[in-house]
Design a binder for this molecule. Structure first.
Ligand code: PLP
Length: 437
């Protein structure tokens, strides 16, 4: 494959590494989407990353729009993040005691996110949503949860129902191993459809602990809430004394410093965070009104704990990342870069007379291989996933690393240069042309 200049792209080392991995790791990967099965390809094994670039085992270089699925908003291996992690590691990697860093992180989150007065750190986004739901149930004394079809909240039992991300990609309607008794407590509704939510509340309103959603979705591609949708959810949950939970694991500190709730001006009761706040180390968090958060142990009866929660290395990487994001003009820069990229894609679509649609909210974007306006899970299902699959492989060969499914979002970082963006637009033209042919 001609990778540009006089370089020939080979994937032979990655192929070998994948074969070795499959011997000892289920599917060769520690998280299903990484296997590239949705795009009819084999994964590339990354050895190093710097700024906007990934380098694989065969020495190929890619402009990266996955950013470890969201966290790497300041770019890979940012010198300030790396230095602070090294300094903390030299002092010890885990103590299982409170540390000042945890308070510092909590203060940054409380200052940033409108709904959060108190916050508890956990180790992943999955843990954050699981814990938030337990708290919502413990606080309200109600059992049922409404989740929206196509939204992904990690792999907790209650939430692996009509989920997006890998589950959508693989077409698994939930998962074996989730007891029916648990699944029955989750009611799925379409995204962007307030009437559907109203109907569910009319039927089960007395027993609904919470509505949880990705307020801007990323796990079925980037979909914006319709005007009034988030406000409507706020009203109806208030009316029925049920909690509104925003899963901002992906959108937090990405679509705005204070997340979707800052950008759209709707404040939930609880918020889940992850990804960016760990600066690339394992992290999650959930927070909200003090009155609700005080129900968590040891202050209250709702139990939740973690050996490595608030880990000093994760806190240090997260704090440094958030400080970098506080610099003036950062979100304007992300907006500009992302807009430049999608404008270039749009010109290519026009030039090639292709009817595909795009969406973007801040530094998250999607190119949907459909001519329909994507507003929910059923419209996203109209995408031509085979066309996407070919597009993905062509982009990889052009040296651009995208999320390996039609249903994943693309992520811009501060490290992406104008040259990266121009090169990506050119690659996009070539890949779309190949799809058209
Ligand atoms: N919630 C959202 C919105 C996510 O995008 C993800 C992961 O992609 C999760 C929760 C789960 O987070 P984790 O993979 O850290 O468990």
């Amino acid at each position: 494959i001609d990778g540009g200049e006089d370089k020939i792209m080979s994937f032979s080392k990655s192929k070998e590494l994948f074969a070795d991995a499959k011997e000892v790791i289920p599917g060769g990967v520690n998280s299903p989407v990484r296997a590239f099965s949705a795009v009819d390809a084999e994964p590339v094994f990354i050895e190093e990353a710097k700024g906007s670039k990934l380098y694989d085992a065969d020495g190929n270089e890619y402009i990266d729009y996955v950013g470890s699925w969201g966290p790497m908003i300041v770019g890979h291996g940012h010198p300030q993040v790396v230095e602070t992690v090294q300094q903390e590691a030299a002092k010890g990697t885990s103590f299982g005691t409170p540390t000042k860093l945890e308070t510092e992180m909590a203060e940054l989150v409380v200052d940033a996110v409108p709904s959060i007065e108190k916050v508890r750190m956990v180790n992943s986004g999955t843990e954050a949503t699981m814990s938030a739901l337990r708290l919502a149930r413990g606080y309200t004394g109600k059992d049922k949860i409404i989740k929206l079809t196509g939204c992904y909240h990690g792999h907790g039992d209650s939430l692996l129902i009509d989920a997006g991300s890998g589950v959508t990609t693989l077409g698994i309607p939930g998962s074996p191993g989730v007891p029916e008794s648990i699944a029955q407590e989750t009611i799925a509704a379409p995204y962007n459809d307030l009437e559907a939510i109203e109907e569910i509340f009319v039927e089960y309103g007395d027993n609904i602990a919470a509505v949880i959603l990705e307020p801007v979705t990323g796990n079925m591609g980037v979909i914006e809430p319709k005007e009034g949708y988030l406000e409507g959810l706020r009203e109806i949950t208030d009316e029925y004394e049920s909690l509104l939970v925003f899963d901002e694991v992906m959108t937090g500190f990405r679509v705005a410093y204070g997340g979707v709730q800052e950008r759209y001006g709707v404040t939930p009761d609880l918020t889940c965070l992850g990804k960016i706040i760990g600066g690339g180390l394992p992290v999650g968090a959930y927070g909200g009104k003090e009155e609700i958060m005080d129900h968590i142990a040891p202050d209250g009866p709702v139990y939740q704990a973690g050996t490595l929660s608030g880990n000093p290395l994760a806190m240090a990487a997260g704090i440094e990342t958030l400080k970098l994001l506080q610099e003036p003009g950062v979100y304007e820069e992300l907006e500009e870069k992302s807009a430049k990229l999608t404008a270039g894609f749009k010109d290519n679509l026009n030039d090639l007379d292709l009817p595909y649609c795009q969406s973007r909210v801040g530094a998250m974007f999607s190119l949907f291989f459909t001519d329909q306006k994507v507003v929910d899970y059923s419209t996203v299902q109209t995408c031509d996933t085979e066309a996407f699959s070919l597009y993905f492989r062509k982009m990889l060969e052009e040296g651009v690393y995208l999320g390996c499914s039609q249903f994943e979002a693309g992520f811009m970082s501060l490290a992406h240069t104008d040259k990266d963006i121009e090169k990506t637009i050119e690659a996009n033209y070539n890949a779309l042309k190949a799809v058209k042919e």
